[in-house]
Design a binder for this molecule. Structure first.
Ligand code: ATP
Ligand code: MG
Length: 370
């Protein structure tokens, strides 16, 4: 199989409600061919295209490729054009915030306790483990910070550094990544009495007064729900794409759905990179091949399909993940190969989606950003 052959096959597929084909509409991105498998992304203009239309397009693509390569295994993922977002005038307002950070990825869930902090922490570590990348982790949960505990830096206190005449907070380095949490700056009891405006200004400080330096990825561990902090982050930080965490339970899926809707609002319009399902199945340490789907199976994947979003993976429910979080040695730094493999596969998907999104940024958009 050749990339040119794939393009040629796909040039017979019509775009959605269009007489033009998907190749000349420039909807096909990131073709990857591995042995008999071919992966590519179809970029859509709008997040509001119905599942039926997407399904038809997916089938048309499959059919066209199978005419040329009957044995090919074809994997189509959909993504939504992010151009509008990056042209957004608010980007200028965001100028100065996180200037040296290439990709900002908030990890979000509608519901509390589904494992945002666990997922954010291990995502940051898994990306850093690939080598040659600088990664930061910002715990934006002002009311219930936990990042500093999970990363095992609870008792440390950050220094200040003078940057161009301004005193800036230096993130703590741990396991090769830069980390910052409100839990490192204030007493835990103090944080919970803050009110809305104070919280928003703390978040602004976090983005402006912390010397993150140059980073390839900044992962933001978001607080639960859809409140002030989320709006402040969406407004004051140039978000690359959001990762949504859910668990297989119906309530958690319903809450994640609220999140997808929230980030799709015209005012916020942060692209969603995809959905990851945490606590997907239980695997006992002594029977690592066994998977018990206690909360039901496939909720995250279904939600992703419903919104035409990429499904970023399943993270098992494993005792060592919780223990690792409690003692400050995250799963990625532990010695359980199964959980590590799950976080690695997930982080790989996240990187793929980020790259696909960044491929969407045209030169003029980059200029606008500079
Ligand atoms: N896959 C998993 N396997 C086992 N335990 C897990 C897993 N994911 C998270 N946990 C545990 O569940 C608890 C809640 O996880 P975590 O703090 O990451 O959730 P959260 O969504 O950040 O919560 P909050 O909404 O309070 O910020 C923690 O004790 C954590 O160690
Ligand atoms: Mg948390």
């Amino acid at each position: 199989m050749k990339e040119s052959g794939i393009y040629e096959a796909l040039s017979k597929v019509k775009g959605i409600d269009s007489d033009k084909d998907v190749v000349s509409l420039e909807m096909i991105r990131n073709i990857k061919i591995v042995e008999d498998r071919v992966y590519f992304t179809v970029v859509l203009d709008s997040p509001n295209i119905s599942i039926d239309k997407k399904e038809k397009l997916r089938k048309d693509c499959l059919g066209a490729i199978h005419e040329t390569y009957p044995m090919a295994k074809v994997l189509v993922s959909f993504n939504v054009k992010s151009g509008g977002k990056r042209n957004d005038p608010r980007l200028f307002e965001k100028k100065g915030a996180l200037e040296g950070v290439k990709n900002v990825i908030p990890v979000f869930s509608g519901k509390g306790g589904v494992g945002k902090s666990t997922v954010a922490t291990n995502l940051a570590l898994a990306i850093a483990a690939k080598g040659n990348v600088k990664v930061g982790l910002m715990d934006a949960d002002i009311y219930g910070p936990s990042g500093h505990i999970m990363m095992g830096v609870r008792t440390e206190r950050p220094h200040m550094r003078d940057v161009d005449g301004k005193a800036k907070i230096v993130p703590i380095m741990r396991y090769g990544i830069a980390m910052m949490s409100i839990g490192l700056l204030v007493d835990e009891e103090q944080a919970v009495v803050w009110r809305g405006p104070m919280v928003s200004s703390a978040i602004r400080q976090f983005t402006r007064d912390v010397d993150w330096g140059d980073l390839d990825y900044l992962i933001i561990d978001m607080p639960p729900g859809t409140g002030d902090i989320h709006l402040t982050i969406a407004q004051s930080v140039p978000v690359t794409g959001v990762v949504i965490v859910t668990t297989p339970q119906t309530v958690a899926v319903a809450d994640a759905r609220k999140g997808v809707t929230m980030f799709n609002q015209p005012g916020l319009k942060a692209p969603v990179l995809g959905i990851v399902e945490n606590m997907s199945y239980f695997t006992p340490a002594e029977l690592p091949e066994n998977k018990y789907y206690i909360f039901g199976q496939g909720g995250g994947k279904k939600l992703a399909d419903e919104f035409g979003l990429p499904f970023l993976g399943e993270i098992p429910l494993v005792k060592s993940i919780r223990e690792g979080g409690d003692i400050g040695v995250p799963a990625m730094m532990g010695d359980d190969p199964i959980t590590k493999a799950a976080f690695e596969a997930f982080s790989e998907k996240v990187i793929q989606q980020v790259e696909a999104l960044n491929a969407e940024v045209s030169d003029s958009e980059i200029e606008a950003k500079l």
